[in-house]
Write a protein that binds this ligand. Structure first.
Ligand code: ADP
Length: 340
């Protein structure tokens, strides 16, 4: 650990937050310049919209989204047209503040007029998105998947997807959204940071029970129910590749400006966290991409009221240690030298 930088050059720099944590002229850095900006909710939505306009069928894995406040009139108008053409359509929308995380500031609405215009929205831009009402349930609970993706190189594009990930569960049985249950975060939002506060939260001591499980344990269960797990994986892989393709033009602009061709500079790689929701029909939908996914392998446990201790979390350990180990193997400078 070099909190104040290091004079001798390293083969690999593992930055905590961003590419710019240190000035580096050689070796490899675990962050791309501009990644944090590129995967923010609004920028991601814009990039996905561009691709949806060009290739609507290829990019139908991202919910229809509008950017607030600038697209509020468009949102209101488009919803009105869709409702007029199909009166049986009773949509729900989810409003997510830009730059928010851990479910912070998120709320559900039934109608565009329910957007909270006072205070927060003017000061804090947001994305409003069609809410996926029919997610796949396991044990009657909604869950999402966190997959780890290594972007090893932009040019040529090299992407690796970890074979296992996490499944994060809600802590109240799921019901389709109604005006009565819209506010029940433990039913609708799968964020670990929210559900940990529910009295129903179960810290897992094995990989296939509790409120956080491995994705492979879910796949096993789906497979035993007869689901086509191969097709699901292939859909997930194409979702990941297409999403990264959508982000590439902006990432290349940042890259060329921070590491101009011909000047000494490092090469970059980055582990991204993809949050994916499976629909009832097993179609994967992209929720968001995280530039700095948590790599914690412990969780806090309350020993007695107000007294907390960090204890190992077997599920996190199983998944995340493998992600970091395999990443280091893939970017191993000795291997690169041998290849050259
Ligand atoms: P944050 O960065 O705050 O976690 P997310 O976009 O991941 O924001 O949303 C938080 C949670 O809300 C997700 O984990 C998921 O459970 C739920 N969610 C988000 N978008 C949708 C959607 N379009 N349809 C259904 N559920 C959603």
């Amino acid at each position: 650990q070099f909190p104040f930088g290091r004079r001798l050059p390293c083969d690999i720099y593992w930055h905590g937050v961003s590419f710019h944590d240190n000035n580096i002229f050689s070796g490899q850095v675990n962050k791309f310049p501009g990644m944090m900006e590129t995967v923010r909710k609004i920028t991601l939505s814009r990039a996905m919209r561009t691709m949806q306009d060009l290739f609507p069928l290829e990019y139908n894995f991202y919910p229809r989204s509008w950017i607030l406040p600038e697209e509020l009139p468009l949102f209101v108008a488009e919803v009105r047209v869709m409702k007029d053409s199909d009166p049986s359509w009773k949509p729900t929308f989810i409003v997510k503040p830009d730059g928010g995380c851990q479910g912070d500031g998120i709320y559900l609405i039934k109608d565009p007029s329910d957007i909270r215009l006072t205070g927060s929205i003017q000061s804090r831009p947001a994305v409003v998105q069609e809410y996926i009402c029919k997610p796949l349930l396991v044990d009657k609970l909604k869950f999402d998947i966190r997959l780890y993706v290594l972007l090893k190189s932009l040019e040529p594009l090299e992407i690796y997807i970890a074979k296992d990930g996490l499944s994060r569960f809600c802590t109240e049985p799921y019901q389709e959204p109604t005006l009565k249950n819209l506010h029940q975060v433990f039913m609708h939002l799968t964020n670990y940071s929210l559900n940990i506060h529910s009295e129903n939260f179960i810290h897992s001591d094995s990989v296939n029970t509790g409120s956080k499980r491995t994705f492979s344990s879910i796949l096993c269960r789906l497979s035993s129910r007869g689901a086509d797990v191969k097709k699901l994986w292939s859909d997930i892989i194409s979702l990941v590749i297409k999403t990264i393709i959508a982000l590439t033009p902006e990432l290349k602009v940042y890259y060329q400006s921070d590491i101009p061709a011909g000047k000494p500079g490092p090469t970059c790689f980055q582990i991204l966290g993809f949050d994916i929701l499976l629909m009832k029909n097993l179609k994967p939908m992209l929720l968001e991409v995280n530039a700095n996914p948590s790599m914690r392998i412990e969780h806090e446990q309350e020993l007695s009221p107000g007294v907390f201790e960090n204890v190992p979390s077997p599920v996190d350990e199983e998944v995340k240690v493998a992600v970091i180990r395999d990443t280091l193997r893939l970017v191993d400078p000795q291997k690169k030298k041998r290849k050259d």
